[in-house]
Ligand binder design. Structure first.
Ligand code: 8IG
Length: 266
């Protein structure tokens, strides 16, 4: 197993998931970022919950408030594969580990993936708890989950079709360009100003590498950020992780309703 390619490892993981969940194929994957966990129960009926440690290739969850579990959820006529946490690039600077859940979802049959995250917002009108559709991204990690001469096109990476559907369901949804920094430290105010100058509206530590892997795997992608805090320097308050979790708890019912209405449209 040690010399398996990332794609072979994902096949092994998908086979384990099928066995452990009793669900042969899943249709749509969701990755729940900081603040999104309380929304999971609104998605549908959980039919199985698996520890990531029982699935080949997964790292244990490393962040307080992140749960190392994968749920199989039945929602209408769809089987959802819900990752209750993700592996972040800042944990071990291991891009293959970051992409593994996405590749596993693709190997499990998923044709679409909803990538959620908690992030900092650059628009002062985005109060903590505001969901924002990701329209595009800027990857400042300096790396890629792809290796070799693999020139994957990233045009319309965050599906304009799915964004339009989401806005039909909730016309108040705003859009923004997500900028991934490597972390784990938050940005300086100068870095946040830079993110704005280069065209960003949201700053975070996830999602872009997963989106690239998902596009490579041929999945349609919906990205939704939950602005849990104003980015550093946008407000005069310092940032803290507890505030992030609290913003998620208070936004939970809105996020649950949002996801459960969007998923049937995918
Ligand atoms: I939640 O302000 C959350 N994650 N980089 N900056 C970055 N990541 C974040 C932030 C933020 N808030």
């Amino acid at each position: 197993m040690t010399d398996a390619s990332p794609y072979e490892l994902a096949q092994e993981a998908a086979a384990a998931l099928a066995r452990l969940t009793g669900v042969e194929r899943h249709d749509v994957a969701l990755v729940l970022g900081s603040g999104w966990l309380p929304a999971v129960d609104a998605l549908g009926t959980a039919t199985a919950e698996i520890d990531t440690t029982d699935v080949p290739g997964f790292k244990a969850a490393a962040v307080a408030g992140h749960s190392g579990k994968i749920r199989s959820v039945r929602a209408g006529d769809k089987n959802l594969l819900v990752f209750l946490s993700r592996t972040h690039y800042y944990e071990a600077r291991d891009v293959a580990a970051v992409a593994h859940p996405v590749r596993t979802a693709a190997a499990a049959g998923c044709r679409a993936i909803v990538l959620t995250n908690g992030c900092g917002g650059l628009k002062p009108s985005w109060s903590p708890g505001t969901p924002v559709l990701i329209s595009d991204h800027i990857n400042l990690t300096g790396t890629s989950p792809l290796v070799g001469a693999n020139f994957v096109d990233l045009t319309d990476l965050y599906s304009s079709r799915l964004r339009a559907k989401a806005r039909e369901l909730d016309p108040s949804l705003d859009e923004g360009v997500y900028v991934q920094f490597p972390g784990p430290h938050y940005e300086t105010p100068a870095e946040v100003r830079m993110a704005g100058v280069i065209g960003g509206h949201l700053v975070g530590m996830s999602t872009t590498l997963e989106a690239i892997a998902a596009r490579e795997a041929g999945m349609e992608i919906l990205g939704i950020s939950l602005v849990t805090n104003l980015a550093a320097g946008i407000s005069d308050q310092p940032l803290n992780h507890e505030e992030v979790l609290e913003a998620g708890r208070s936004a939970a019912s809105r996020m649950g309703a949002l996801l459960s209405r969007i998923v049937p449209e995918i």
